[in-house]
Design a protein. Structure first.
Length: 381
């Protein structure tokens, strides 16, 4: 029975039926909870289903239960169990734990190239930039020629940027400028034909009057705009293209666009980090408190973000004809101390970022903040 469940789970994963895979490996785990490989298989089924929370305890058990297996033929599996655990920890923003797991892999299996690269990237993406560069340096002797050249280019560009003492706001500015230019280029022809750009999503009320659409359950400020709409037919169109990832490579710093590197932006009463990957139309924004993010604290942060979003939605950071925010997600908790939003800034100007930081500085006076982070990256606890 155990082997049958395991085979069924593997087949389900191969066919991307992840719910079925979880059920099959849960049945196998019920029969052999002490088997590290079964725990790992169940954890990976949860991970592939997008459920890192349930994956974590199974992957922790896999690592723990595999400790007595010291024979050479078991080491590759033990290493893989650790790497899977680190992946789950990263997905849950447990950065310190993921770092400790990867450092253990490097100590135990020095030739584990994947772990060395994953450790370097974790440190870079969580704002521990100098340590990330060192991790890549130490990986050098284990990398092949192509990997070594890529690592050296990445580390060289990172250190050159830090030594130049340039504010990382240049990454936000570059992404904003690039997206506005791209939007204008795509929208120019439809606008000539009478389409409206950055139009509000509207619906007719009971009396026939047009009203802004607020998605069910969304925050009261979370009104949205469409990129383009034909007023004659109501047809909506987006300027986004799968072939345009909207990740900008700044001239001379091209390697920095390959991976998210969170650079420190000095001059604020709290830490500010800006990722080298911060697409303007889908900008991640994380606000971290110095203490626990309880309901009152989250409401205070949300009030600031909501007022700022509405200002952007109404064109405060644009001009008479364009430059409005399009969309904001509901707040999502990040660990126990932070909250994340994603915002489509549309064609708004860069001054929107400065305006937000000013408001967050005012909030900081009554609700101490630890960190604000823009773009792809991780927050340390």
């Amino acid at each position: 029975m155990l082997d049958e469940h395991a085979r069924a789970g593997l087949k389900a994963i191969e066919e991307r039926r992840f719910d079925d895979a979880v059920k099959a490996f849960q049945a196998a785990h019920a029969l052999a909870p002490e088997r590290p490989d079964i725990n790992h298989a169940l954890g990976m089924a949860f991970l592939r289903r997008g459920d890192a929370g349930n994956a974590l305890p199974r992957l922790e058990d896999a690592v723990r239960l595999a400790e007595p297996y010291t024979a050479p033929e078991h080491q590759a599996l033990r290493r893989d169990f650790h790497l899977s655990l680190a992946t789950a920890q990263q997905l849950l923003d447990r950065v310190a734990e993921a770092r400790a797991t990867l450092e253990q892999v490097v100590r135990t299996w020095p030739d584990a190239v994947e772990a060395r690269l994953q450790l370097g990237q974790l440190l870079l993406s969580s704002g521990q930039v100098q340590e990330g560069c060192t991790a890549y340096d130490e990986a050098g002797e284990w990398l092949d020629r192509e990997q070594r050249e890529q690592a050296e280019a990445l580390v060289g560009a990172t250190r050159a940027f830090l030594e130049a003492d340039t504010a990382p706001s240049v990454f936000l500015e570059a992404h904003g400028d690039s997206y506005r230019q791209y939007f204008d280029q795509v929208a120019s022809a439809p606008e000539v034909e009478g389409w409206y750009a950055e139009a509000e999503r509207m619906k007719r009320g009971e009396g026939g009057e047009l009203q802004p659409v607020l998605p069910k359950g969304a925050r009261p400020y979370a009104l949205s705009r469409v990129d383009l709409v034909d007023p004659a037919t109501g047809q909506v169109s987006s300027v986004y293209s799968e072939s345009e990832p909207m990740i900008v490579a700044i001239e001379g710093l091209e390697p920095l666009a390959q991976v998210p590197i969170v650079m420190p932006w000095a001059g604020f009463p709290f830490e500010v980090g800006v990722s080298t990957r911060c697409p303007w139309h889908w900008l991640s924004l994380v606000v971290q408190l110095q203490g626990r993010a309880d309901a009152a604290a989250l409401a205070a942060v949300d009030e600031v973000i909501g007022a700022w979003y509405l200002d952007g939605y109404n064109g405060t950071f644009g001009d008479q004809s364009s430059g409005r925010f399009h969309y904001v997600t509901d707040p999502e908790p990040v660990g126990s101390t932070a909250v994340a939003y994603t915002v489509d800034l549309g064609r708004a100007r860069f001054e929107a970022i400065g305006a937000l930081l000013e408001r967050l500085q005012a909030l900081h006076d009554r609700l101490p903040l630890r960190r604000v982070q823009f773009g792809e990256g991780r927050i340390t606890a």
